[in-house]
Design a protein around this ligand. Structure first.
Ligand code: FEO
Length: 388
């Protein structure tokens, strides 16, 4: 397989995972890539590796440029197995290569996964010379693991950003101006929402460091390389990390006999009639990770569940559990649902929305059995009164 030229003597030597559809719970409908980068300098340098089953693909792309045994330096920006999973294979081929990782978290993580080795720890602001080029390390802890760092090459004005600015997007194209930009930005938004959203404060801290860098390219470890649309992705990250959407609504629910479904559709209509763009998601037909991009840019969230065995439906519980982990906060929320007897689900949903850090803007809406036209009108009017 061929390496893809990024700049003179810099190559993408990663792997394309066309068929992955579940990335630790994130539905990756368009697959993904694992970006590894080869720099041909006095010291031949490999930045990151790929998921273990793709080691052969990476080695074949490296071999297109140089025998892998000649690698002198390996930079591990991130321990997670999609980027360091092939490190043992490269290490076996290059027993004398120097491995740099963040210290102490990177050293601890690599040792836990692969055993003891001579991992050289670097800290924020450290740099190394690989010949004509310098590699500077910028620590980005909790974006999204404690060990994360990014690597900047000032001579080339490239940031090897690892997970940041990535997209789960398998393609034959390697650059943002070769692929469909709206698709790439859609996947970047989904990636941010599902992987990075809960670390908004850390994004903003990293931002301050990155703002001082001259950038011509951002080369992430998933998806395409940014070279023509840097302002689009940088502005998007600035907006998303602020985590303060000023409009938009999502209505997320599951239903047993269509009563909660009818309530959900009425609520969605009410948002729309108030000029608030709203999306409706039935959890029977939508994966929670596909809902998150709209959550990222929505001010309102309404969640509905009928009552089953004194509980909310498991699909709704699963969505709320995932949501709580992402820590979106700064949203206006309310709960709704129909019930036959008991009706505990609606209160349980409301409690979970509160636990997410949302402000409850409308008291829980409960309907016994089937909503009448009058009750649906009342729900509509209450939503309009609340959000207008
Ligand atoms: Fe793409 Fe955190 O690994």
């Amino acid at each position: 397989m061929k390496a893809a030229k990024v700049k003179e003597n810099i190559y993408w030597v990663g792997a394309v995972d066309w068929n992955v559809r579940n990335f630790h719970g994130y539905r990756t409908g368009r697959g993904t890539t694992y970006g590894a980068y080869l720099i041909m300098d006095e010291k031949i340098t490999l930045i990151d590796t790929v998921k273990a089953p793709f080691a052969e693909e990476m080695l074949s792309r490296i071999s297109d440029i140089v025998p892998p045994e000649k690698i002198d330096v390996i930079i591990t920006n991130h321990v997670e197995m999609d980027h360091s999973g092939s490190l043992p294979v490269v290490r076996k081929l290059c027993p004398n290569a120097v491995i740099y990782t963040s210290g102490p978290a990177g050293v601890k993580g690599l040792t836990a996964h692969f055993g003891t080795d001579e991992y050289l720890p670097v800290k924020n602001g450290d740099s190394i010379s690989i010949g004509k080029r310098t590699l500077q390390f910028v620590s980005t802890p909790m974006l999204h693991w404690p060990d994360n760092m990014v690597t900047y090459c000032p001579e080339e004005k490239i940031l090897f950003s690892n997970d940041a600015f990535g997209q789960h997007f398998a393609s034959t194209e390697r650059f943002d101006d070769e692929a469909c930009l709206s698709t790439v930005l859609e996947e970047a938004k989904k990636y941010y929402g599902n992987i990075i959203m809960c670390y908004g404060k850390q994004v903003q801290a990293a931002w301050k460091v990155l703002e001082g860098l001259e950038l011509e390219m951002i080369a992430p470890s998933h998806g395409v390389i940014w070279r023509s649309h840097l302002p689009a992705i940088l502005d998007a990250y600035a907006q998303w990390s602020g985590n303060e959407p000023d409009t938009g609504a999502i209505v997320v629910y599951d239903s047993m006999w269509n009563s909660t479904d009818r309530m959900a559709k009425t609520i969605t209509e009410a948002f729309g009639d108030c000029g608030i763009p709203a999306k409706l998601y039935d959890l029977k037909n939508n994966h929670y990770s596909d809902i998150v991009p709209d959550l990222l840019t929505s001010k309102y969230i309404a969640v509905g569940s009928p009552t089953l065995n004194n509980q909310m439906l498991p699909s709704v519980a699963s969505f709320l559990c995932y949501l709580k982990g992402l820590s979106p906060k700064n949203r206006e929320a309310f709960a709704f649902g129909s019930y036959g007897w008991g009706g505990q689900s609606i209160e349980l949903v409301e409690k979970e929305l509160e636990a997410c850090g949302f402000h409850i803007c409308l008291d829980k809406i409960r309907i016994n059995y089937i909503p009448t036209e009058e009750q649906l009108q009342e729900i509509y009017d209450n939503v309009v009164k609340t959000v207008r």
